[in-house]
Design a protein around this ligand. Sequence first.
Ligand code: HXC
Length: 267
Amino acid sequence: MTDSASAGGSERYETIEVERAVPVALVRLNRPQALNALSTQLMEELLDALRRLDRDEEVRAVVLTGNGRAFAAGADIREMAERSAVEMELEDRFATWDAIRSIKKPLIAAVNGYALGGGCELAMMCDIIIAAETATFGQPEIAIGVIPGAGGTQRLTRAVGKSAAMEMILTGDPISARRALELGLVSRVVAPEVLLDEALRLARRIAERPPVAVRLAKDAVNRAFETTLSEGLAYERRNFYLLFATEDQKEGMRAFMEKRPPQFRGR
Ligand code: HXC
C-alpha cells in the first residue's frame, strides 16, 4: 500500500519523509534532533513534496506530521541568528511559505508535540489541525526579539480572536492542546497513540468525496479569510455553478436518486 518511491521518492529528501498510501499521503517533518526546526532546506523539500502530491491524481488528501517530540519548534534559529535585515529580505525565505498556500488538496496537520513559532504557523496553513493531548502551540518569537513572520499575527488572530492571540503573541507563552481546542485553533484533540490513525482516517474520509468539489470547497472556505461577505458569497456561488460542469456532480446526484453509492472519478 505504502509506496514512497512513486511520490517522487522519499529518498530524494533529507529533512522530510513522504509515504504515499493512496488515496492519501503522509508527510513527516524529519529533523527530530532539532525538533524539526524549519530550515530553508526543509521548507524547500516540503514545498517540492506537496507540489508533487498536489499533481498526483491518486492522492486526494495529505497529512502532515512531525517525527519525534515536535511537530516543529519553529523556523531554524541557528540559520537566522546572525542575519541582517537586508539579508533576510533578499533571501526571501517566505517565498516557499507563500507557495504552500497554492496547494489545492486538503492538508491535515497532525500535531504530535511542539508547534511553536513557524511550527504553529505551518499548522495554521493547513486546512484542518488535529492535536495529540500532549501537543503545545505557541508563538514564542517575542522571547527571542522578533515577532511571528510566517502569518502568525494574522492567522492566529483570525483563528482564536484578538484577545487570546494578543496574549499568546505578546507573552510568547504556549498553550495546551485542550486550550487550543477551546479556542477553536484545532478541531480535535486525541490520545497521542491514535493521532496518526485519526488524521489518516479523516484524510481517507475526505478522499471518498469528489475531488474537484473538495478542491473548490477548500478554495471557497479560504476565500472567507480574504474578502467581504458579499464577494465571498459570489465567489462561493461561482464555484458551486462550476461543479455542475463536472461528471462527478451528475454521478453524485444520480446515485442519490438511484439509491446507490456514487463512483467519483475526479472529472
Ligand atoms: C533551531 C532548535 C529550535 C529552533 C529547538 N532546536 N528549537 N534549533 N531552531 N527553532 C534544537 C535545540 O537547539 C536543541 O539542539 C534541540 O533542538 C532540542 O531542543 P532543546 O531546547 O534542547 O529541547 P527542550 O529543552 O526540550 O526545549 C524544547 C523547546 C525549545 C521549548 C521547544 O527547544 C525551544 O524553546 N525552542 C525554540 C522555540 C522558538 O523560539 N521557536 C520560534 C522560532 S522563530 P541541540 O543541538 O542543542 O541539542 C520562528 C519565526 C518564524 O519560528 C518565521 C518563519 C520563517
